[in-house]
Design a protein around this ligand. Structure first.
Ligand code: ADP
Ligand code: MG
Length: 301
């Protein structure tokens, strides 16, 4: 197991940023950490990378406790922080040499050249970082994150602010790197997860609300809310329908047609209710949701 997060809480003063987060990431996985602004993504990533302490809980990276073995953990982790802070006055190659020096790498020159090739910075290597476009700066950020050959990569919104072409290119670079490493990347864009990740963990208000394989998102079992369309053969009142087990929000479409929002698929409960009340269900179907809609539903209330 590459990353183990157990019941992590983080308070900034009075404010809770993480409210008991748990998940495991196996080695080799590319996991998307998805959630709106303020959900707690950066906070969780800073804890995993030993940049800030947690208030309670336990985090291990490659089996090492982040509190007890911070220095060892930092060697095993590559981190691209949010907003990718870089020295804009330094030249690309010079900066990467500098980073290689921090990690006390022996074969600095070869390693820097390797990184430049891996992230596609050959043409830009002799330019000042400040002169690069956002997309190329992200490549520099990725190169510094992997220069010490870490087992685990933590990328905080690696594609935010990129134009569509840069986006596609950086995704390719990440996928390429991900072939040999465990990658956790945060984003607030679901297409991003669909494009690069095997698995998605969705966080909202400091709590994990979903965790599943990316291609299972449409059918996800942990989805909090399901929308069921139902048409009865006779009139029923909203207050009556509220008695159905699990029904939360009920909207009348027209006549005897209703939309019932529930915590999970309660079609069996609706059928049972209908039978007990001598109603017939003329139509009943679960509204299929795209991942994007599921996400919106989970995160925007
Ligand atoms: P995300 O990366 O998902 O946008 P963050 O982890 O940055 O979320 O923030 C989670 C919550 O913690 C937010 O409500 C944010 O305002 C708060 N927060 C983050 N950093 C600090 C800080 N240094 N001091 C106080 N509150 C913070
Ligand atoms: Mg953030």
């Amino acid at each position: 197991m590459s990353i183990q997060v157990k019941n992590v809480f983080k308070y900034y003063g009075e404010q809770a940023a993480l409210g008991g987060v748990s998940f495991d990431i196996s080695s080799g996985e590319i996991v998307g950490f998805l959630g709106p602004n303020g959900a707690g993504k950066s906070t969780m990533m800073k804890i995993i990378t030993c940049f800030i302490p947690m208030s309670a809980g336990e985090v291990k990276v490659c089996g090492l406790d982040v509190e007890e073995h911070a220095i060892e953990v930092k060697k095993k982790v590559g981190y691209l922080p949010e907003n990718n802070p870089l020295y804009l006055d330094m030249y690309v190659k010079e900066y990467l040499h500098f980073v290689a020096g921090i990690y006390k790498l022996k074969n600095k020159k070869e390693r820097v050249a390797e990184m430049i090739k891996l992230v596609g910075l050959e043409k830009e290597q002799n330019k000042k970082i400040g002169a690069l476009s956002k997309g190329y700066r992200q490549r520099v950020g990725l190169a510094q994150a992997i220069i010490h050959d870490p087992e685990v990569l933590i990328l905080d919104e690696p594609t935010s602010g990129l134009d569509p072409n840069q986006l596609v290119e950086i995704r390719q670079v990440i996928q390429n790197i991900g072939k040999t490493k465990t990658v956790m990347l945060s984003t607030h864009i679901m297409q991003e997860v669909e494009a690069i990740c095997d698995r998605v963990i969705i966080i909202k208000d400091g709590i994990i609300v979903a965790d599943d394989k990316t291609d299972q998102m449409q059918h996800i079992k942990v989805v909090e809310k399901k929308i069921i369309f139902v048409e009865f053969d006779q009139e029923v009142s909203r207050s009556q329908l509220k008695k159905i087990k699990g029904a939360q929000d009920i909207k009348n479409i027209e006549g005897n047609q209703w939309l019932i929002e529930a915590k999970g698929d309660i079609r069996a409960d609706i059928a049972k209710y209908a039978q007990q009340n001598n109603l017939l269900t003329l139509t009943m179907r679960l509204e299929e949701k795209s991942m994007e809609e599921v996400f919106k539903e989970l995160t925007n209330n």
